[in-house]
Write a protein that binds this ligand. Structure first.
Ligand code: FAD
Length: 385
């Protein structure tokens, strides 16, 4: 595999999740020669589908002020740029546990009130849902969810309108970084050359870097279970998050008109520091014996929110969740922008959460050269090819 000046494409984006799709659209603003390669048969079917669907306002991060403030700012942009995919017809309640919480109700309230976040004490009708011995305080917070199906349809339509080549059911199985360009080996046996490759494969980032003999990023993975439930009538038009420690969340999962139930103690089934040579994240998930922990999740959660006894379990969905090792302690979710060595033509980006997509735009634009002229017109459907 060798890359010369006459490449097939200017940019190959590897990974057709929300981040890869948006990046391909972003790159389209400076080149018509963009290829998006996705291993699966459809776009946005991995972490961009299997997640809690929360558009983070920041309340989730009382231990990472930087992430909380950033979420406050970014979620507003996400709401303005993808309004069709936003579902806000419910009230989110954040409840602070009396014991084992890493934040007190007073501190939580003060932090977000001072930040100008949409928070107030919950009304009596909502407080009564919680066990008063276990819950110190309940706050009514403005937080919304996203519908991954609508988001996927939007970016799919925009990729088509922008005339971007998309290859589905095609994995990148080899990658050569020649410093003047890259050559990707595809699962159909063909080679494709480009000026740059963007590795936007989330939990597979290091697996792909290893194929290119490039240094890995410091990542940690976990197999996460989201239980999908029909909520009890008391929770209709409500979402609940109990903070801040080994607690749980029950909130709308709009794409299936169900709720997800996740629990800090039971949702992660298995976690490990990344080492693709020893354990490929996708292969590990595929081979993993999935035994739902829904019963444990609900048993503990209903101690705090008794009406959960009336929830109806539908099924569980599983995905590998990948975070930066440096954010294990504070729960922060910045993006990873990884280009090592500096002259490498392979650039990897890990999306921490959906609305961090704006950080991706900033990071790539900041790479200098032609990237300085990038704009988001195609991403937000404001330009047509
Ligand atoms: C359990 C869980 C809960 C979460 N909850 C939230 C939440 O509530 N709110 C929030 O904002 N964020 C949440 N996140 C984070 C969010 O889902 C991710 O930040 C986001 O989806 C990352 O998008 P992505 O495109 O980078 O990854 P993905 O959607 O995983 O896309 C990566 C793509 O790369 C493809 N790929 C991999 N290897 C190759 C290869 N070799 N060749 C070609 N293609 C390849 C995959 O098939 C996949 O489609 C959660 C994540 C998880 C896992």
């Amino acid at each position: 595999m060798s890359a010369g000046a006459n490449t097939d494409y200017d940019y190959i984006v590897i990974g057709g999740g929300f981040y890869g799709c948006c990046l391909a659209l972003f790159l389209r603003s400076i080149s018509a020669r963009v290829l998006l390669v996705e291993a699966g048969p459809v776009l946005m079917d991995r972490a961009s589908r299997v997640n809690q669907a929360r558009v983070h306002t920041g309340f989730h991060y009382p231990r990472s002020a930087a992430t909380a403030v950033k979420s406050m700012l970014l979620h507003r942009r996400f709401l303005a740029d993808f309004p069709e995919a936003v579902v806000g017809d419910f009230q989110m309640l954040y409840a602070i546990a009396r014991r084992r919480s890493k934040v007190t109700a007073k501190k939580f309230h003060r932090m977000f009130r001072d930040m100008g976040a949409p928070i107030e004490l919950a009304g009596a009708g909502h407080r009564v849902l919680f066990d008063a011995d276990r819950i110190e305080e309940v706050f009514a917070c403005r937080e919304v969810a996203f519908d991954h199906r609508i988001l996927g349809r939007l970016v799919g339509e925009r990729l088509t309108a922008a005339g971007i080549d998309v290859r589905l059911s095609t994995a990148v199985t080899g990658l050569a970084d020649h410093r003047s360009g890259v050559v990707a080996r595809l699962s159909d046996g063909s080679d494709v050359s480009a000026g740059y490759a963007f590795n936007i494969t989330y939990s597979q980032i290091n697996a792909l870097l290893a194929k290119a003999d490039l240094p890995p990023a410091r990542l940690k993975h976990e197999i996460a279970e989201l239980a999908l439930i029909t909520p009890p009538p008391e929770l209709e038009r409500l979402g609940v998050t109990v903070m801040d420690g080994p607690f749980f969340s029950a909130m709308p999962y709009p794409a299936e008109k169900l709720y997800s139930l996740t629990h800090v103690r039971y949702t992660p089934h298995d976690s490990w520091a990344d080492n693709p040579a020893a354990r490929d994240p996708y292969a590990h998930l595929a081979a993993y014996q999935r035994e739902s922990r829904y019963a444990f999740m609900r048993r503990d959660a209903q101690l705090y929110l008794p009406c959960l006894a009336g929830a109806e379990y539908r099924r569980s969905i599983y995905e590998v969740k990948t975070v930066l090792i440096k954010n294990e302690g504070d729960d922060g979710r910045p993006i990873l922008y990884h280009r090592s060595p500096e002259a490498s033509r392979v650039i990897s980006v890990l999306g921490g959460k959906i609305d961090n997509i704006y950080d991706l735009f900033e990071a790539v634009r900041g790479s200098g050269g032609a990237f300085g002229a990038l704009d988001t017109g195609h991403v937000f459907g404001r330009v047509h090819a």
